[in-house]
Design a protein around this ligand. Structure first.
Ligand code: TEU
Ligand code: CA
Length: 558
């Protein structure tokens, strides 16, 4: 069976984190009119689908991933009229918009929860998950992703409610058909407005194992995989969502899947499953996470990364599909995590763009990657904004970790790295705002900014632009087969892509050192794009990446 062709497999996603994208009214927070100002910038880059992180009403405990009204645009982002203008602006440019669907939990300031917590017999009580404690303790030992217990006690009714994330993000009870119907109604509301699909926040978590047994696992990651996610009924719910809403529209859905391993990936996206179009798995992003999660940092190497790519290519086969990403609003900047964001920032940013845009899957570019934005270096805890970082700062320093040690970790892996404002130019506040930004701008905006890359023909921006255009015209890179070469090489990532039309070689050097590599006839191969000027033959320079097209008379036998 060959891969079924669809529009969302051949297009590229660009993620906008609205609070940090562009502020049009000087209040220090990015907004929808600010996005409208940049639609041509995005169109010129050559991206197709905009994934917009939440813009709904929210108290912003988790920057919009705690929704208090699923039908309203948060006033700090703008009005519904401005939303419609942005959506039209995208459609007029032949682009699409997918919204963030955050329905594993709502905000505790949602009217449903305000009712639910009032009394045990309230009609909204079982919109959420309430349990009695045990001898004055929470119902079980589940931990929140954001530290501490996943249960919060409410004096009012003498019970605990479940929150896998912050205590201001109570988990919705998907066992309740009324909850599901409310979600489907809201999805239809946005789809009827012309939205082109959804990115589904932690969709793998929506179904709970109803015994609520204690979680005794070696690591938090294992607990997420074996206790919090992939409960069998999750497929019943997603399939019901498909039957009730999704199947009526020519849209795309990408499920974010904490805990979705390659063993169960197809259950969510198999062509015959009638569930999701594709998933963001997180395996390559959690390689550095130790037993206690993000700030319990482990070393890993390129072999680990290559193994994840191969595992998922094999697991998906021709029947499934993933979205390929190397960073987003929850992770360190890709050039800082996977590249070299100092001496070889430009080279490694371009090399990573080749990886992102030559794999099978729908690439997802995170805002700022096209200019090589890097992690930020905050000196005091006052500069951090992310509640996950603030919570774990408390937890780890209470256990004796020094502030300095924690700040070093947060500067390496904290989510604020990806949330510093977009750097538009070298003017005050990087042209992001005329006011005080909600989070500090990375001081390197003086030389890393959109104007600088737009003015430089050889910049990262134009490298992305060229690769995006090439991928669009050469669908072998979308649908073609994949095979690693030299898979045990610790610094080189080399692979081949092919179908019955074309064949390609990708050679990437993930190190500060030069490396020889032997590929027969390489001199006869056509260099499509490389991140060094005059590519030498068989010697890859530090962070050098090359995409070769193999001429018809040199093709390898498949
Ligand atoms: O992320 C949840 C998630 O599982 C990972 O991205 C990561 O584990 C998380 O950042 C905690 O470390 C989604 C959203 O992308 C994230 O921004 C929200 O905070 C979270 O869900 C809750 O809605
Ligand atoms: Ca604003």
């Amino acid at each position: 069976m060959s891969v079924k062709r669809t529009w969302w497999k051949e297009q590229v996603i660009y993620q906008i984190y609205p609070r940090s994208f562009n502020d049009s009214n000087g209040d220090g927070v990015g907004d929808i009119p600010g996005i409208i100002e940049k639609l041509d910038y995005l169109k010129n880059l050559g991206v197709d689908i905009i994934w917009l992180s939440p813009v709904y009403e929210s108290p912003n405990d988790d920057n919009g991933y705690d929704i208090s009204n699923y039908y309203k645009i948060h006033p700090e982002f703008g009005t519904m009229t401005e939303f419609d203008e942005m959506l039209d602006g995208l459609h007029q440019r032949g682009m699409k918009l997918i919204m963030d669907l955050v329905v594993n939990h709502s905000s505790d300031e949602h009217k449903w929860f305000e009712e639910s917590r009032k009394s045990k017999d309230n009609v909204y009580r079982d919109f959420y998950i309430w349990k009695k404690g045990k001898n004055g303790e929470p119902p079980n030992n589940w931990k929140s992703f954001f530290g501490g217990s996943a249960w919060e006690y409410e004096e009012e009714t003498g019970e605990y409610y479940l929150h896998l994330f912050s205590k201001k993000q109570p988990d919705l009870n998907w066992e309740n058909p009324k909850v599901r119907q409310e979600v489907y109604d809201n999805m239809r509301f946005w789809l009827e407005k012309g939205v082109d699909g959804f990115r589904m926040d932690v969709i793998s978590l929506i179904s709970k194992r109803l015994e609520f047994a204690d979680a005794n696992f070696k690591s938090f990651g294992e607990c997420v995989e074996k206790m919090y996610s992939n409960d069998p009924r999750v497929h019943e719910y997603i399939n019901e969502m498909y039957e009730t809403v999704l199947k009526d529209y020519d849209i795309t859905t990408v499920g974010e899947g904490p805990g979705i391993s390659s063993k169960v990936g197809l259950d969510y996206v198999g062509a015959d499953r009638e569930e999701l179009s594709m998933i963001f798995h997180l395996d390559h992003m959690h390689l550095d996470e130790g037993p206690r999660g993000r700030f319990d940092i482990l070393p890993y190497d390129l072999i680990d990364v290559k193994r994840v790519f191969k595992e998922w290519y094999d697991a998906m086969g021709d029947a499934g599909w993933v979205s390929i990403f190397l960073d987003n609003h929850d992770y360190a900047r890709l050039v800082s995590r996977f590249g070299n964001d100092t001496t070889y920032r430009v080279e490694s940013a371009k090399m990573l763009a080749i990886l992102l845009l030559t794999m099978r899957g729908t690439p997802c570019i995170y805002q700022g990657s096209e200019m090589g934005m890097t992690n930020v270096k905050f000196d005091t805890m006052d500069d951090f904004r992310d509640l996950e970082t603030l919570n774990f700062h408390q937890e780890f320093t209470n256990e004796g970790m020094s502030e300095t040690d924690f700040i070093e970790k947060a500067n390496k892996v904290g989510r604020d790295n990806a949330r510093t404002p977009m750097q538009w130019n070298e003017n005050d506040q990087a042209g992001f705002t005329t006011g005080e930004p909600w989070i500090k701008v990375n001081p390197n905006y003086s030389f890393i900014n959109a104007k600088a890359v737009l003015d430089a023909p050889n910049s990262i921006y134009y490298f992305y632009k060229k690769l995006l255009a090439f991928r669009k015209d050469n669908l072998t890179l979308v649908y073609g087969q994949y095979e690693e070469v030299l898979s045990d090489h610790e610094q080189l990532f080399i692979y081949r892509r092919w179908d019955d039309q074309e064949q390609y070689y990708v050679v990437l050097n993930f190190s500060d050192e030069p490396h020889e590599f032997q590929i027969e006839n390489i001199s006869a191969y056509q260099l499509v794009i490389g991140n060094y000027k005059n590519e030498s033959d068989s010697r890859l320079r530090p962070w050098e990446g090359r995409l070769y097209q193999i001429p018809i008379n040199q093709r390898f036998i498949t």
